[in-house]
Design a protein around this ligand. Structure first.
Ligand code: PEP
Ligand code: MG
Length: 585
């Protein structure tokens, strides 16, 4: 047998950590379904079998939904409501039945045929929202087919040994059935940082890389693979030397994580005593235990859109009030910055009719959508206001592009306050209001905006994509997505300066806040608060605790004079290694 050659694939880091083991190719199973003719009198029986399979599948999904809601929270469970919608799709069912009657072929064959056609039609529509639906249709379709032919499920819960799951895509229901002890890592061809798969990977704390494009074509079951979820790297058929190196890295990572957790209760201060805010980003309230375990001092970004996703109805004021209150109480006395609904871009809500757009990231999204739908916006604002009596809540608007928008949003906030007063419901009248600065026009007019808000939070994920004209979810141009680009640094410097001139605090909640190579520069530019995923908090704290402000300022001053992103990034790493000699970057 010839020895397989080592090769490396680069993808998008979804959940940090390093792991290695045997690959298990998942989801490639194609049931060979023969084209069998049936007699006229068998049609009714085939329809009955189809209906049984639908009921069986529906029950399976309801079970998973219940279990996931209990184990991981209602928001994760809601994902399966979209699956139920597929099962109840009368068009799909009618098409299968009428084709069956016409073509008189076995129900398995007919169903597979219709399913393939559905998927083809959806995939040709080239729409992010519909692409999300494809994975739902695929997932449910595979289940129905399995139930029709009575095949045993190729389930991840049945694994007998530890494996690294390799899949084109992992649907939420598949991710949910993973046997956590035996799935030690996973990698997928598709998916971005904000995909459900990536979100689940983080909450399961299993190292994962997504968006590898070709991994299922390059890896076979049984191949040994290393998954470096921190750097988004997958190494296939590693040599003994590479394996040894990564095993050492893994041990270092684990020891390092443990060591870092010792910092949990220490304050986030520089060597010369400057207090820096260090808070966490959360998607759902179930992320809170991890926030607390990693020693965050508050929530700098609560992305509320997951509340609205994958469900048939809109969340009510009361439902939101309860959720926000629970988070506020849990995090008290620290603050929670609730970001109002940021629909659009790559986040779509199943229950809202949002027309297809050529450029969704630059389209009808975030605050633009909310200002056009004050009914939805005000419901959320009232819920946030009411919850503000239960803790230290602040409210923040996404994607503000100029003063008019900010004023309109504030006017709606005032209306929400008036409505609550009429209902004699208590709320914090002086709730702090902030704007995300993530559009270049807002960055450039931040002096104007700063006069009408209580704080800024820099959303670098969008700020970078808009200022460098690089679609943040397109892996083909990912090399152009440079946080260290001089244009980005200049915008950030401008925002911080303008915020400080107006006497307001400036935080950052984009991924750059968790990019340790940039920490010293951001600190030196005067950033007041870093908000990042819980897992990265201890490392950022360690860096901040290792430097004094004068040194950080000197580093930032030099960085801002450099001429390319690469120069800045190299310089930043060099200086970071000087400050924290054992840092792994
Ligand atoms: C950002 O754009 O940096 C941000 C934090 O918001 P989101 O990633 O949700 O767009
Ligand atoms: Mg954003």
């Amino acid at each position: 047998m010839t020895k397989k050659k080592e090769f490396i694939l680069k993808g998008i880091p979804a959940a940090p950590g390093i792991t290695s083991g045997k690959a298990f190719l998942f989801g490639r199973e194609q049931h060979a379904i023969p084209r069998i003719s049936i007699k006229e009198e068998e049609i009714q029986n085939e329809i009955r079998r189809f209906k049984d399979a639908l009921i069986h599948t529906k029950n399976e999904i309801l079970d998973i939904k219940k279990r996931i809601s209990e184990e991981m929270g209602i928001e994760h469970g809601q994902i399966f409501s979209a699956h139920l919608l597929v099962i109840e799709d009368s068009m799909l069912i009618e098409e299968v039945v009428s084709k069956l009657k016409k073509e008189k072929l076995s129900i398995e064959y007919i169903f597979q045929d219709v399913l393939r056609r559905y998927i083809k039609v959806f995939s040709e529509m080239d729409d992010e929202y519909l692409r999300e639906r494809i994975s739902d249709i695929n997932d449910v379709g595979r289940r129905i087919l399995r139930n029709l032919i009575g095949a045993k499920e190729d389930i991840l819960s049945d694994l007998k040994e530890k494996v690294i799951v390799i899949a084109y895509d992992l649907s939420p229901s598949e991710t949910a059935t993973m046997h956590k002890k035996n799935v030690i890592g996973f990698v997928t061809d598709i998916g971005g940082r904000t995909s459900h798969t990536a979100i689940m990977a983080k909450s399961l704390e299993i190292p994962a890389v997504v968006g590898l494009e070709i991994v299922t074509k390059k890896v076979e079951s049984g191949d040994i693979v290393i998954v470096d979820g921190t750097h988004g790297i997958v190494i296939v058929n590693p040599s003994p030397k590479t394996l040894k190196k990564y095993e050492a890295d893994r041990e270092r990572f684990v020891a390092f994580e443990r060591h870092l957790l010792e910092l949990k209760d220490l304050p986030c201060v520089t060597l010369d005593g400057r207090k820096i805010g260090l808070s966490a980003n959360i998607e759902v309230p179930e992320d809170l235990p991890s926030v607390i375990a990693h020693g965050a001092e508050g929530i700098g970004l609560y992305r509320t859109e997951y509340f609205y996703m994958n469900r048939k109805d809109l969340p009510t004021e009361d439902e939101q009030f309860k959720a926000y209150s629970a988070v506020a109480k849990r995090v008290k006395p620290h603050y929670v910055i609730i970001r109002t609904l940021d629909l659009g871009g790559d986040k779509f809500l199943s229950q809202l009719e949002v027309p297809h757009e050529m450029n969704p990231f630059m389209g009808w999204r975030a605050i633009r959508f909310c200002l056009a739908r004050p009914d939805i916006f005000k419901t959320q604002l009232r819920a946030i206001l009411r919850a503000s009596t239960h803790g230290n809540l602040k409210v923040m608007y996404p994607m503000i592009s100029g003063l008019d928008e900010l004023r309109q949003a504030n006017a709606i906030l005032d209306e929400a306050k008036k409505e609550l007063k009429k209902r004699a419901l208590p709320f914090n009248e002086d709730i702090e209001v902030g704007a995300m600065i993530e559009v270049p026009s807002a960055a450039l007019t931040s002096d104007i905006l700063a006069k009408e808000v209580d704080f800024f939070s820099i959303g670098t994920n969008d700020l970078i994509q808009y200022s460098l004209a690089v679609d943040r979810v397109n892996e083909k141009i990912a090399y152009l997505y440079e946080p260290a680009h001089p244009a980005v640094l200049r915008l950030i410097e401008n925002i911080i300066e303008n915020g400080h001139k107006a006497g307001i605090g400036v935080g950052m909640c984009g991924e750059m806040a968790g990019d340790m190579t940039m920490t010293l520069i951001l600190l030196g530019l005067g950033l007041d608060e870093f908000s990042t995923s819980p897992i990265t908090i201890p490392e950022i704290k360690r860096i901040i605790r290792s430097v004094n402000m004068e040194q950080a300022r000197e580093i930032a001053k030099k960085a801002i004079t450099l001429t390319t992103g690469k120069e800045v990034a190299d310089y930043a790493k060099k200086r970071l290694r000087e400050v924290v000699s054992d840092i792994v970057i």
